[in-house]
Every structure is written in C-alpha cells, then in structure tokens.
Design a protein around this ligand. Structure first.
Ligand SMILES: [Zn+2]
Length: 415
C-alpha cells in the first residue's frame, strides 16, 4: 500500500541506536571512538556486518569495482531509477562512532521501518556504503563516491598505495570487496546523505536539522620534497638539501594563509611524513598535504594559488626539489533546489526546527551532486567535535533528522 500521509512515519529509534552500538564495537579506538581505516580488517568486519543486516532486511546486494556497497529494496516499478541514501563506514585514525556511520545506518533504519509497515514505494530505494571516504590510508578522500561519479578513473583508484606501499586494488581483493557491478551512474534518481554536522552551529542554536545547501570550496594537494641524506654535523649549511626544512616552510606559511582569510577561510597541512626521521641525519624525503577551504569559491582559489606559490619559495630556502604529485578539489557545489525544498517541507511538516547551512567538511554527496539531484541533512554533534574519539551525539536531537530522512526518501521514491 501507499500511505496518504507519508510524513507521519517514524523510525524505530531504539533499533537504530542498538545498531549504532554494534558498529561502535567494530574497530575500537584507544578510548571511546573507532579506528576503522578503509580496507582494513576492521573495515571488512563492519562491511560484513552491514551486508548481513541488509540481507536480513530483504535487500539485494551489489558491489562495484571500487568496493562501494549498494543494498537495494525493490520498488513497485522496476523500470524506475532508485533513490539512494548513504554515507561511509570507514573512520579516521582516531575517529568517532558516528561520522559517516550514522548516515549509512540511518539508511538501513529507513528500509527496516518501511519493511515493518509493509510499505511499498514506486521507485527502488538503496542504502549505500561508499568506500574510503576519509582518505586516511589512501588519498584523496571520498574516493569511492568519486570513482562512482566519474571524477576518478577506476583503474587509477585501484592502483593507489598507502604509506606501506600496499595497493588499494589488492587490499580490496583481500577483504573480499572487489566487486564486478558496473552500474551506470546516470541510472540514479537522487541521493540523500544524513551526516553529523561536525561543527557547533546546530547544537549551539538548539536546532535539530541542518539542511545543507552546498559546501566550502576546498583544495587539497600532496607535495613531495626531495633532499639529500647527510650527516647533520659535518655538512655545512650551504651544502645541505634538507627536505624537512622544505616541508616546514610550507607548513608554517600555509597556516599563515589560513590566518589571513579567517574566520571563514581555513588552511592547514594536516599531514607531514619525513624520512629517515632520525637524530643526526638530514632528511632526504618529506611529504606534505595542503588543505585550504573557503565558502567563497573565488577566495578559496586565491588561497590555493597562494599555497602553490610557496613551492618555489620553500624549494629555494631548503635547496630541495619539490614535486606536486596529487591535487584534488571538492565542495564547490550547490545542492539541488528541489531536493533542498523537499527536505525543508518535510522538516516543516514534522515540525522539526531546521536551518540552511554550508558544509565545511568533505562529503560523498559532493561527488553524487555531479550526477544526480542530491541533498544533505545535518544533525547536531556535541561541541561540534568530530575526527576525534570524543565525538558524541544525543539521541534526542538526532532522531528528528533521521525521521526527516525517512519521510523525504519516501516522498521522493513515490514521485
Ligand atoms: Zn564523514
């Protein structure tokens, strides 16, 4: 049957919470959070658990070549394209229990709720787990969604390596998620992603739902400095080619760019890797990752150009060669107005306090927005803390957003 008033539906919040708490035991971190890096044993264990849950909920599973998992609940009309909802199940190195995970498991809860009530939809509905959203082991972030949306060549993704030289494609095979599904991204009706805000605004203002209208434009780059291995004593200052100094100049000056554009602009080098990283030895190799973000695309570009202009400066100062080996960009998107309006009208009907927001973080939804009508729902998180084991959410302010997701997906799937 089709409901006359789909906006009256509510999820089973206890079941969602129990499911989140099972996930919270898979790949525990040092304290209260998770360490579930993409394509690790922990990632495999979580994927297996997710697939079991989806199969139990009656879904058909499809896995594509980069390991994205699609769990499909059939609709009445198999010729119609599906409504997708999801996020990611991998975490940061010292990550929380909810970043990404809440979006995927809320999608599962939507399907379970429809099953409970024997509700059929016109369109199929799918819950998706995108591979390697965090970009901790393999860069860039949002890799699976990017490959799906055509931003990255699949063979290129499969050839990427982690710090130990382990190849993405081989690791995907090892954990059993190198799928063969080759689906056409154009066959998607729409994509919804629910995610914790990862910022303080909703909690501070006591608003349960953020309707994301777009993202901060963000640029990333990976630099490799090539210096010369030498004794730190006998080697004169003029002789040395110090890769660590090259990296340090970049790190300090990128930070200054952030300060020049604050409070809206942000710039950092989140990662530095130096070798041999030993006492008494000048480093011959260093890697640095640049990350700049601004809500205004022109200013984000200006910041990024200033960051790139540091390469010859640092190269000269440290007497090293610096190669720009990888670049990426995301966030310069405006989400689909129809989808944004749909979420807003559902939130109004459910009398859930809501406001429009831009996201400063990267999300799989950015890639999806290039190929299908896309929108995001933010729910609050304590103190805006994320990418941290202390990331925390309260049931009271999370469930309203999941109910908005449920009803928005249902309306879209019946349209
Ligand atoms: Zn996330």
């Amino acid at each position: 049957m089709l409901l006359d008033k789909p906006n009256t539906l509510e999820i089973n919040d206890q079941r969602l919470w129990d499911t989140l708490m099972v996930s919270a035991t898979i790949g525990p971190g040092k304290s209260t959070g998770l360490r579930r890096l993409a394509l690790s044993d922990e990632d495999k264990k979580m994927r297996d658990q997710f697939v079991r849950w989806c199969v139990t909920a009656g879904c058909k599973i499809a896995i594509d070549r980069v390991g994205n998992i699609f769990a499909r609940r059939d609709g009445q009309d198999a010729s119609l394209s599906p409504v997708l909802m999801g996020s990611h199940l991998d975490t940061q190195i010292a990550g929380g229990k909810y970043d990404g995970i809440l979006g995927v498991l809320s999608g599962l809860e939507v399907i379970r709720t429809l099953n409970d009530r024997n509700i059929e939809t016109r369109r199929p509905i799918e819950v998706v787990c995108w591979t390697n959203e965090e970009g901790v082991r393999f860069q860039p972030p949002m890799m699976g969604a990017g490959a799906f949306a055509g931003a990255h060549e699949i063979d290129w993704v499969l050839s990427q390596t982690d710090d130990e030289g382990i190849v993405f494609g081989e690791e995907l095979q090892r954990i059993g998620y190198a799928g063969e599904t080759d689906r056409n991204p154009a066959d998607i009706d729409s994509y919804f992603e629910l995610h914790i805000e990862q910022g303080p605004i909703l909690e501070e203002e006591g608003i349960d739902v953020g309707i994301v209208t777009g993202g901060f434009t963000s640029f990333g780059a990976q630099l490799i400095m090539k210096g010369e291995h030498a004794h730190s004593g006998p080697t004169t200052m003029k002789q040395r080619k110090d890769a660590l100094v090259g990296a340090a100049v970049i790190v300090a000056k990128v930070n200054e760019i952030g300060w020049d554009y604050e409070p809206k602009g942000r710039a950092t080098c989140a990662r530095i890797d130096v070798s041999p990283n030993k006492y008494g030895i000048i480093a011959d190799h260093a890697e640095v990752t640049i990350d700049v973000r601004h809500p205004d695309p022109d200013l984000a570009d200006e910041m990024y150009q200033k960051a790139l202009a540091l390469i010859p400066v640092a190269s000269k100062q440290a007497n090293v060669e610096i190669a720009l080996v990888k670049e990426w960009s995301f966030g310069n998107v405006g989400f689909n107005p129809d989808m944004v309006n749909l979420i807003r009208s559902v939130a109004s009907d459910l009398e859930v306090p809501h406001k429009h927001l831009l996201s400063a973080a990267g999300h799989d939804a950015y890639h999806l927005s290039e190929i299908a009508p896309t929108a995001m729902i933010f729910t609050p998180c304590k103190g805006g803390v994320s990418h941290n084991e202390n990331e925390h959410i309260e049931r009271s302010y999370t469930i309203p957003g999941v109910n908005v997701l449920l009803n928005a997906v249902l309306r879209r799937a019946n349209s």
